[in-house]
Write a protein that binds this ligand. Structure first.
Ligand code: MN
Length: 763
């Protein structure tokens, strides 16, 4: 320690600091004094000198001395973020370890372990982002791991990123774009989650400026040109409110505040509207100078006075005071009809709420129980000192980290952002406990939020004592009760409506497991059938054939076979049809030859001539001289590949080539086989059987029958349903005129909510 100090003292003895930077340091210290709970000025001065010395040979892209950057970052920490002076010291030193011959050990010896930890964390984040090898998802993870150690790592990183964004113009275009995109992707949503509203807004606006310069300029110019008009409108709107609030004896400020360029841009994009069509380009804010319980009551009194003056739009009212957002935000929001019938948004809050709204987590320690805004509560300098709100932030970070990472990086980032940006709703457990969920959340999200096991086994939900579908969109204020069954398992269809990261990741994990098992089973089935058909098992052959059969991959082929969606025999036949190399060993058993002949689609007439038989044209009706029956083992319908089998009684039985009895008949009774083909006649109905597997949900049977009978004008002969383990299995026997119609029905059925699979059933 003494050695380190001695070394630095020696280095700093002759340090010449340019007067301009001395001046900037004084400004920094001034901001620290004004904004921070306690300030060790000597420590800040020392950190400045060390940084000045360490960066003495470096310059920024703009050409000025490098020290300008850490100084500005420290200024942002002191002026905008206002957490504590350790942040300021760390901000001054944040680039020294990375760029100069300062070491982490030296920083620790001189400034203590906390500053060293923060500096190290910020440096590691820089590595994460400069590495090209890592995907975005991995970046997010690393970022969160680093900030899980000390929240100040991310606060200093925000300050660093903000200054870099402010000075982005000095960089080459492609680096500019990369930084801006990264900022919009990750840093702005994170700043939002930490309640750093000001930082978030500036990061977004600066990103937009570089990513969409034309749009940015158009909005900025548009806002500017209408400024006078807007200000007159606001003044006229505010005047009566100001008078009434004064009369009621409030201490307050009221002002109009333009919305950020980025939020306007986003609204224009989302609503596909021009700037002129966006009505809320600004919001009115009432800031009350009263505290605590009285402050909250005053907000409501102000609301009441406001709505006496202007007509409110009840559906736009939001009470974030009784139920704060998860980042701590509190306010009353309302929209009223202003002059000229224009809707105007008003936010009502106390100064205390305002500070948290603008600076979020960084402000929050100040308003801990018992310490008012002027109180001198100690900053949460270490892990033991943080309050409940900060603990909640850590819990959130931990949850994202502990959840299994989805395979797809883009998906991870998307979910991450979804959870950050979307508005929140507030619902209650039957015990009255409050739960915060993103807008659009469903009972399944709620169930997973309670516990993964509850999510896995939920079979139904009651909202406000009424049964609702699991896909129901929860509303703020709903009381939600989850019904579970041990037999229930997650339904892949839930992915279509769940919105929380937790639910999505757990369900996806479960599906992946199930899929993996189906792939394994499918591969086994296929290989067994290939062996039986004496086709050499060859990965390349499988790949080639599955792509010819329009499977996106052989994995998908295995999966569909394993899940019963695709018949492996079709695959085998395709190979045997000669589209691919023939079986490795010559197989000339009679059955094989017969099957091949029919499968080849040879003209039946030619075939008949060759074999001296009569090709039979069947149309579903009884022939005058021959009794034709359709085999009940496979229920052939027009369009199926079929053959005729002359039974001992003289009747001709029509079987599908894929019938499980076909090999036996063709092999052992080749002399009784006659080729047949379908006539084109359409008005005859055939029996076909389908098996359906799906979620055992309310209304499933009626949905199925509706699809078949109403939409497709098809008659059902019978339908049997079984359900077990929350799984629905149905067998339907119906009348169709041909294969085309059957396929259409199968397609429609497979699109029903909760259906996992529909397949042709042989018996
Ligand atoms: Mn930096």
């Amino acid at each position: 320690m003494i050695q380190a100090s001695a070394y630095l003292n020696a280095q700093l003895r002759d340090l010449q600091v340019e007067s301009e930077y001395e001046r900037r340091l004084r400004v920094l210290v001034e901001h620290c004094r004004r904004n921070l709970p306690s300030v060790d000025e000597e420590r800040i001065r020392r950190a400045f000198q060390v940084a000045y010395w360490a960066h003495r040979d470096d310059r920024r892209a703009s050409g000025e001395l490098y020290i300008a950057h850490p100084l500005e970052v420290a200024l942002i920490a002191a002026r905008d973020i206002r957490f504590d002076d350790t942040c300021v010291v760390a901000a001054l030193l944040h680039d020294t370890v990375e760029d100069t011959d300062m070491s982490l050990e030296l920083i620790e010896a001189e400034f203590g372990p906390e500053v060293a930890l923060i500096t190290d964390g910020v440096t590691k984040i820089d590595h994460v982002f400069s590495s090209r090898a890592l995907g975005r998802a991995e970046n997010v993870r690393k970022l969160m791991i680093s900030m899980a150690s000390d929240i100040r790592v991310i606060l200093v990183k925000f300050a660093d990123r903000l200054h870099n964004m402010r000075t982005l113009g000095a960089l080459a275009p492609e680096r500019r774009l990369k930084k801006a995109t990264e900022t919009l992707d990750l840093f702005a949503p994170l700043a939002h989650r930490f309640g750093l509203h000001e930082v978030k807004t500036e990061l977004e606006d600066l990103s937009l400026k570089h990513i969409e310069p034309d749009a940015y300029k158009a909005i900025a110019d548009g806002l500017n040109s209408k400024r006078r008009q807007r200000e007159r409108f606001i003044e006229k709107f505010i005047e009566p409110i100001r008078n009434d609030l004064k009369e009621a004896g409030f201490e307050f400020e009221i002002y109009g505040r333009p919305k950020s360029l980025f939020s306007i841009y986003r609204k224009m994009k989302r609503q596909e509207k021009g700037l002129d069509e966006i009505y809320d380009l600004f919001a009115i804010r009432v800031l009350l100078h009263s505290e605590g319980k009285k402050g909250r009551e005053d907000c409501w009194r102000v609301y009441s006075i406001l709505t006496d003056l202007y007509q409110p739009l009840p559906e736009r009212f939001r009470d974030f005071i009784s139920v704060p957002k998860s980042n701590g935000y509190q306010s009353l929001h309302t929209t009223v009809i202003g002059p000229q019938g224009k809707p105007v948004e008003i936010q009502i809050r106390t100064a205390e709420m305002h500070e948290i709204a603008e600076r979020g987590v960084a402000a929050h320690w100040k308003y801990k129980e018992g310490a008012g805004p002027s109180g001198d509560g100690a900053p949460p300098a270490s892990a033991n000192g943080r309050d409940a709100r900060i603990d909640a932030m850590y819990a959130w970070v931990r949850d994202l980290l502990e959840n299994p990472r989805p395979d797809d990086a883009g998906e991870f980032v998307r979910e991450f952002q979804l959870n950050l940006y979307d508005e929140e709703i507030y619902v209650f457990t039957p015990q009255g406990d409050l739960m915060t969920l993103p807008r659009g959340a469903t009972p399944v999200d709620f169930a997973f939020q309670i516990h993964t096991e509850v999510g896995f086994h939920c079979i139904g939900a009651k909202v406000n004592a009424k049964m609702v579908p699991l896909s129901y969109t929860l509303q703020s204020g709903d009381q939600v009760e989850i019904l579970t069954s041990k037999k229930q398992t997650p339904n892949p269809d839930w992915m279509k409506f769940v919105v929380t990261h937790k639910a999505r990741s757990r369900i996806r994990h479960w599906i992946n497991e199930k899929r993996r098992k189906a792939v394994e089973a499918g591969r086994e089935t296929l290989e067994r059938k290939m062996r039986r058909a004496k086709i050499e098992i060859d990965e390349q052959l499988i790949n080639r054939v599955s792509s010819r059969l329009k499977f996106p991959s052989s994995q998908q082929l295995f999966y569909e076979v394993g899940a019963g969606l695709y018949d492996a025999d079709e695959f085998i036949r395709f190979i045997q049809r000669g589209a691919e190399p023939p079986p490795s060993e010559a197989d000339d058993s009679p059955a094989r030859l017969e099957v091949e002949r029919y499968a080849e689609g040879k003209s039946f007439a030619a075939d008949a001539q060759e074999h001296g038989r009569t090709a039979l044209v069947i149309d579903g009706e009884r022939h005058t001289d021959l009794a034709v029956q359709y085999a009940v083992c496979c229920n052939p319908i027009p369009g199926d590949e079929v053959f005729g089998y002359v039974s001992k009684t003289g009747a001709i039985k029509i079987h599908r080539v894929s019938c499980r009895n076909a090999p036996h008949l063709l092999l052992d009774h080749a002399e009784r086989i006659i080729p047949v083909e379908w006539s084109r006649q359409k008005d005859v109905q055939f029996v076909a059987a389908l098996r359906l597997v799906g979620e055992d949900r309310v209304g499933m049977v009626s949905d199925i029958t509706t699809v078949i009978s109403k939409n497709l004008k098809t008659n059902i002969r019978s339908i049997t349903v079984e359900s077990e383990d929350g799984l629905f299995e149905g067998t339907i026997v119906l009348f169709v005129s041909d294969l085309k119609q059957l396929r259409r029905i199968m397609q429609r059925l497979s699109r029903l909510e909760g259906i996992y699979g529909v397949y042709r059933f042989e018996e």
